[in-house]
Design a binder for this molecule. Sequence first.
Ligand code: SF4
Ligand code: SF4
Length: 483
Amino acid sequence: MLSSYEVNSGGRLYHGGVVLKEHHLVGREGVWVLFRVREMAAIRISPLLASAIARLPPNGLIADRLMQELRGCHLVADADAEAGRPSQGGAAAAIALPVRAILFLAQTCTMRCIYCYGDGGEYGESGLMTAATARAAVDWLMAHCGDARQVSIGFFGGEPLLNMAVLKQVVDYAKKRAAERTMAIAFTVNTNGSLLDDAIAEYLARESIHVRISFDGPRDVQNRQRPFANGQGSYEQVVARLPLLRRQMPLRAVRATVCGNSDPFAVRQGLEDVGFTACTLDAASPMVGHEAGRTERDAGPPAQVPEQLALRMLAYRRDEVARYFTAVRSRRLDLESPCVLTGLLSALATGRRNHSACGAGRGLRAVSAAGEVYPCHRFVGHREFQMGRLEDDPAAVPNDCHRVFVDTIPACSSCPVRYLCGGGCLYHNWAVTGDLRQVDPVRCRERRVICEELIHGWAMLSAAERAYFREQATRLYPETQGA
Ligand code: SF4
Ligand code: SF4
């Protein structure tokens, strides 16, 4: 192991054998940020220093003055410590216990969205979840969540409101089971909004069930992308039902899917026009069909987001992050509404490394209407990912998703933003490339832009603005506390 040494040459002091911590430079309009990759720390530096760091030859001598600046940026590593760091967090490698279960109450739907990854919401096997299966799913979650103080249950489909009777039964049952263990329990429901009425809206509000609406924005886009099963557009019916919910609860957040020629900026405007202020937009993942429980891949090259749409999404992501930081600076963050940027920025705020992008197959599981357990909602119906049935013991079964960490994905293992990105959506990787560990280059580029914009923006915040973010995030993300 090389250790550092000093050399005097021409009356000047130089340092050799210096090991620098893994780092990355992010520049925007002449303003430079130094990101220490493993510490998840971002600081603003001068353009001169950025240029000097970028030009440092590997294993070369470093002038003493520059060395002092590198030390000031905490960039100089203890050689042994840097070389000896594990490539994968030990805790992260353990099998994580499930704390969130997504129940497929209805594998059937009122709509036929053109990008639906669930084959019209049926996932290859149409049906409604029975009350007995729903109760078994709750029992299974309670049996496997260890010492968790809180669990959550999501209602999904298809359109889960097609099975209101079972939804109500499972809410009652899960609350009773949680009370027996004095643990907290939270509920969410993902709905296309088409079946909402006063009674359902009142019930969801009374039971504090967080509603996640899927809606694609402007009238023409919603009607084209999210038609009813009979082919008719759904815009008018859904928009007419939003006030029913808004009479009962704040309804600011919406999720929209962007595909084809859609313009994400126009989609966001369409969502804001009907009262949504927290809009999550994502480009559609390619569809991988289900056929009698088997995966049917389309012949031909892997489906990717078309380049024009990908470029529009890149511009949108930059704008989205800029708007987010504007909200931080003006103390107008809406942290009650789910936003992936909040989770990512919390990681930067705490220095917490993300070894994966989500909890698929770890803290998260999905249960199909028939009682089969999958790593997450998107894998439902693809039998090669089935982890077992409720009556088996699928919590103990490691699965492919469980084994994939960002350091184990070849394209990600040397990426400087890997502990922020986490490697992206495993389902999307698989849908595009056929391999969980092979990233979609288009989505990867988008995630890298998001991460770099966040790193740069975080370094630009004042201490007071960072404190404001931490204070706000602590309310929803307790792990932010004390960072
Ligand atoms: S998906 Fe792309 S941006 Fe994310 S960690 Fe992997 S290489 Fe980096
Ligand atoms: S694999 Fe993709 S769809 Fe599934 S939970 Fe993770 S990010 Fe979400």
